[in-house]
Every structure is written in C-alpha cells, then in structure tokens.
Ligand binder design. Structure first.
Ligand code: NAD
Length: 248
C-alpha cells in the first residue's frame, strides 16, 4: 500500500485534551505534527511520542497564544523542525469559573478574550501569512476550535467564554471568505460537553448526562472531525462551523 504523506500540521494547546487527541489523529492520518504547550512539558513529550509511535515526525514547542512573539516563534520552530505548515488547528483555550455576568471584573474578561479570541486571531493571521499563495505559500487549512456555547450563550456559567468563542465563529466565516482565493480553507468546530480536564471539578458528573445523546463526548470524537476537516476529503468545505455536541 502506498503511504499517504499529508504534510505538516500545527496544533495549539496540543499537550492534553482535544488538542492532544487531534495531534494523534492527524499523525494517524499521515501528518507530521507540531504541538504547542504552555506549561505541560511532560504531557507534550508524551503526545510527541504517541505521534512518533504511528510513524510520523513530531515536535513540541512552548508558546503562549496570548503573546504575539510566542506565536511567531512557534511557527518558526515547527517549520524549522518539520517543514512548511499546511494545517493549523487553532485549539488552545481556557474557560472561566462559573459566575453571573453582573459579577465579572475587567481582569476576568481580559484574560478569556486575550487567550480565546485575540490568541485565535493572531494564530490564524500568522497561519495565513505563511500559507497564502498570494504571499508565496502553498495553501493549507485552518481549523478553529469554538464551542457550542458560542450559540447557546452558557447562561449562569460563562457567558464571557461563550462570547470569546462567538468571535471565533466570526473569524472562521470572515477569514474563509478573505482567503478563499489564496489556497486556504478555514473551518470551525463547535464541541459540546467533552470529557477533558478543562471542566471544574464535579461539573462532568453533574451535567454529563444532559446532552441528547446522554453522555459527554470524548476528545477522540472531536479529533476525528478535526482530522476530516483538515484532510482533502473536506476539499469543498470552507467557512463552515460544524457542531460535535451530542445533539446539544
Ligand atoms: P484542556 O484544558 O484539556 O486543553 C486546553 C489546552 O490549551 C491545553 O493544552 C492548554 O495548555 C492550552 N492553553 C490554554 N491556554 C493557553 C495559552 N494561553 N497558550 C497556549 N496554550 C494554552 O481543554 P480542552 O477541553 O481540550 O479544550 C480545547 C479547546 O476546546 C479549547 O479551546 C476549549 O475552549 C474548546 N472546547 C472544549 C469543550 C469541552 O467541553 N472540553 C467544549 C467546547 C470547546
């Protein structure tokens, strides 16, 4: 059987959760994979090993997506190690603690929008600068990780988080149109309740059975969608938001 080589994919926040599962799924699909992590070097090394175990090359780079210089360095280091990047999974993100809008302060709002929204815009911009055929690149795909909360609003929990992700939906649709003729597809996914460490203690136990499918999703179930959207099988898709939310 001929080996399929798909090029180089970069997954932000790839040290655990959905990002880690996406890195492994992409490696399984034939991509060499760069992952970024902020603090979890050991977890990142384990994800690199898992990608290498399926026969791909992989590298981990420390980078905070809230810092523009880190993002530039991250793209540079992954490109130097693996070659030109053809897929960017814009996944790094945080949630805020449950609270009412009336009780938010500026610090809380700045943090979540800085990472989830400004970070996502900066990563997408850096990806376009490198991949755009109008700028000497070879094209590629960007998959933005939003949230079902962007549509539902996440009342009584984190409306600010939902808003920071609604902007990621807008980024997806607007940027897709901006770069459609530059060889770049831009897609977004909206996970529902997925079993990862992002949730406050006890939350999954409390509301895990509430999605219509009766259970939380697994990171691998989100990763399968990411790998599909990044692949040529999704070649006629751009500017779409796809829910992976158990019917939520
Ligand atoms: P997670 O906490 O397990 O993983 C988040 C990853 O992002 C980690 O690797 C973390 O290090 C990284 N990260 C956080 N802040 C960063 C920063 N400033 N710079 C670089 N990396 C940073 O959570 P997850 O559930 O795997 O979340 C992945 C994405 O999926 C997030 O964007 C999240 O908002 C989104 N999402 C998750 C769910 C869910 O239920 N788990 C639902 C909807 C959307």
């Amino acid at each position: 059987m001929t080996e399929i080589v798909r090029g180089v994919a970069l997954v932000t926040g790839g040290s655990r959760g959905i990002g880690a599962a996406a890195a492994v799924a992409l490696a399984g699909d034939g991509w060499d994979v760069g992952i970024s992590y902020r603090t979890q070097a050991d977890d990142a090394a384990a994800v690199v090993a898992a990608c290498e175990a399926v026969g791909r090359r992989a590298v981990a780079v420390r980078a905070d997506v809230a810092e523009a210089e880190d993002i530039e360095r991250m793209f540079g280091e992954v490109t130097d190690a693996l070659g030109p990047i053809g897929a960017v999974i814009n996944n790094a993100g945080i949630v805020t603690p449950s609270a009412k809008v009336a009780d938010y302060d500026v610090e809380r709002l700045e943090k979540v929008f800085r990472i989830n929204t400004i970070g996502a815009f900066l990563v997408a911009g850096a990806a376009v600068r490198r991949m755009s055929t109008a700028r000497g690149g070879s094209g590629g795909v960007i998959v933005n990780v939003s949230s079902r909360g962007a549509v539902l609003g996440s009342a009584n929990e984190y409306v600010d988080y939902a808003g920071s992700k609604a902007a990621v939906d807008t980024l997806t649709i607007g940027l897709a149109n901006e770069v459609a003729k530059e060889g770049i597809r831009v897609l977004g996914i909206r996970p529902g309740l997925i079993e990862t460490d992002i949730h406050a203690e006890g939350r999954l136990e409390r509301i895990g059975a509430t999605p219509p499918l009766g259970r939380p999703g697994k990171a691998e179930e989100v990763a399968a969608l990411i790998a599909f959207l990044a692949s040529d099988r999704a070649s006629y898709m751009t500017g779409s938001m796809v829910d992976v939310a158990g019917g939520r």
